[in-house]
Design a protein around this ligand. Structure first.
Ligand code: HEM
Ligand SMILES: *[C@@H]1O[C@H](CO)[C@@H](O)[C@H](O)[C@H]1NC(C)=O
Length: 500
């Protein structure tokens, strides 16, 4: 107790304060570099953490953008952050400066999930050989997915039929489509990674979705922001385990599924799916300690594909159905096009897109309007760069505001309305838009884009081929204001699916 008596406490407090001030000054150096982007003055130690409301950062960020412009800086505790807004700044950083902006900020907490130098997965992998190797592997597996007996398009088409059957089981009663959409979409990733699908009642898929949701909630907690900024805190015994409890259970489920595939692998047969193909690479890489093909990384890659490919796609589909019940005229025009091009019997195919400009425009507009990943995934500079004339030092976290591009008022006629004509010319032909970047852009852009587009088109057209969707009688019309949380989800709603 003597140590903390009155006369030592004073000097000790002063010493701690001076130490913190110095440490803080050290971390602010970058702010004084010439042409560093402007931003609010950070508080001692906390930086701008308290000035931004992380539950719904949109309001506070909007004020900052109005005050400081399209490129502004923040400090998350001791991490320098630069936020990029608008097509010009985002494109300059992600596309023209791609080789210097494709790193990811390190996130120490994932070491507790198995993230390590040889097991970085894809999404959070640092910009380097392991990332390049795995990105290439995932992309080529997606592309050559004639691996097993069925092509990926066949898997999606069959899943769409199962989804339609499950919608029909609702017998026209009001229901929320979210859960079924989640199951259908996770079955597509399961078919890619494990060559299997789960019945919608299978307890394993129910559990998978449950823990996935827990994991997403964990990602959003403000404590996570704090420990990411001050990884030292993770030394507190038990803290890391507590913050990622759901994510750990999720990894255990993935481990079980991988083990199952290992047990049924017949090495004399060609690979059945991504896991088999990966295990072949592991065998090939035996004795090469540099390789990112190893058992620890297999679970990271598979987990990444599930977490990046599932909720994103199902949330977009939930938006699509919501927007159809809110805009019955658009729904009718899509159905008319389906009638003309596909008819009532044949299953939709990707090839139909060429003849269905209106439907393709609607799917694009759903993605633009829903704007589900408004801030994308953070990048980090791996070298000093310039963006829009501002100097951004190496090691700065970049937040790319995809939303500011998808809703850029200088590009879109009606940025804040659902307006499929954004993607149609006067003759009703589909037109590409440069500012359409829901999958981000550059070297780190979403690698699942082709699969996501396939799912969006095939699920959407299959559902509208079989059902008309409407707001349940007597229920209020749901709003189209998203719920902001990591991913922007539609407001909870119910619909009626009436066969036609
Ligand atoms: C509508 C659906 C989807 C949307 C809107 C979406 C959006 C995104 C965005 C914004 C990023 C961040 C890019 C960046 O860092 O700049 C991303 C990354 C990624 N996505 Fe998607 N995605 C979707 C579906 C999928 C699917 C189906 C898969 C898997 C098959 C997938 C796999 C990935 C992976 C692995 C990454 C990390 C890429 C890397 O770091 O190199 N995504 N996605
Ligand atoms: C991103 O852009 C949107 C739309 O322009 C804006 O409302 C939001 O505040 C911006 N967020 C950030 C982080 O700058």
């Amino acid at each position: 107790m003597g140590l903390l008596s009155g006369d030592t406490l004073g000097p000790l407090a002063v010493a701690v304060l001076i130490f913190l001030l110095l440490l803080d000054l050290m971390h602010r150096r970058s702010r004084w570099a010439p042409r560093y982007p402007p931003g609010p003055t950070p508080l001692l130690v906390l930086g701008n953490l308290l000035q931004v409301d992380f539950e719904d950062p949109r309001l506070s960020f909007n004020q900052l953008r109005r005050r400081f412009g399209n490129v502004f800086s923040l400090q998350q505790v001791w991490t320098p952050v630069v936020v990029l807004n608008g097509l010009a700044a985002v494109r300059e950083a992600l596309v023209y400066r791609s080789q210097d902006t494709s790193d990811r900020p390190p996130q120490a907490i994932y070491e507790h999930l198995g993230f390590g130098p040889r097991a970085e997965g894809v999404i959070l992998a640092r910009y380097g050989k392991a990332w390049r190797e795995q990105r290439r592997f995932s992309l080529s597996t997606l592309r050559n997915f004639g691996l097993g007996k069925k092509s990926l398009e066949q898997w999606v088409t069959e899943e769409a039929s199962c989804l339609c059957a499950a919608f029909a089981d609702q017998a026209g009663h009001p229901f929320s489509p979210m859960e079924l959409l989640n199951k259908a979409v996770s079955n597509v990733i399961a078919s890619l990674t494990f060559g299997c699908r789960f019945e919608y009642k299978d307890p394993r898929i129910v559990k998978l979705l449950d823990v996935m949701e827990d994991g997403l909630k964990e990602e959003m907690k403000i404590v996570r922001q704090v420990v990411e900024a001050v990884p030292m805190l993770l030394r507190i015994p038990g803290l890391a385990a507590k913050l990622i409890r759901g994510q750990k259970v999720f990894m255990t489920l993935i481990d079980e599924l991988i083990t199952e595939q290992k047990m049924t692998r017949d090495p004399t047969q060609p690979p059945r799916h991504l896991t088999d193909a990966f295990l072949d690479e592991v065998k090939e890489a035996k004795g090469n300690p540099e390789s990112s093909f190893n058992d620890e990384n297999l679970r990271m890659v598979v987990a990444d594909l599930f977490s990046a490919g599932m909720v994103t796609t199902s949330t977009t589909l939930a938006w699509a159905l919501l927007l159809m019940i809110l805009h019955p005229d658009v729904q009718r025009r899509v159905q008319q096009e389906i009638d003309e091009v596909i008819g009532k019997v044949r299953r939709p195919e990707m090839g139909d897109q060429a003849l269905m400009p209106f439907t393709v425009a609607v799917v694009h507009e759903v993605q633009r309007f829903a704007d589900i990943a408004p801030l994308g995934v953070p990048h980090m500079t791996s070298r000093d760069i310039e963006v829009q004339g501002f100097h951004i030092p190496k090691g700065t976290t970049l937040i790319t505001n995809l939303s500011s591009v998808l809703k850029d008022e200088t590009v879109w006629e009606k940025p804040f309305c659902f307006h499929p004509e954004h993607f149609l010319d006067a003759q009703g032909r589909f037109v590409k838009q440069e500012a359409f970047i829901p999958f981000s852009a550059g070297r780190r852009a979403c690698l699942g884009e082709p699969l996501a587009r396939m799912e969006l088109f095939l699920f959407f057209t299959s559902l509208l081929q079989h059902f008309s969707f409407s707001v349940p009688a007597g229920q209020p019309r749901p709003s189209d204001h998203g719920v902001f949380a990591f991913l922007v989800t539609p407001p909870p709603y119910q619909l009626c699916a009436v066969p036609h």
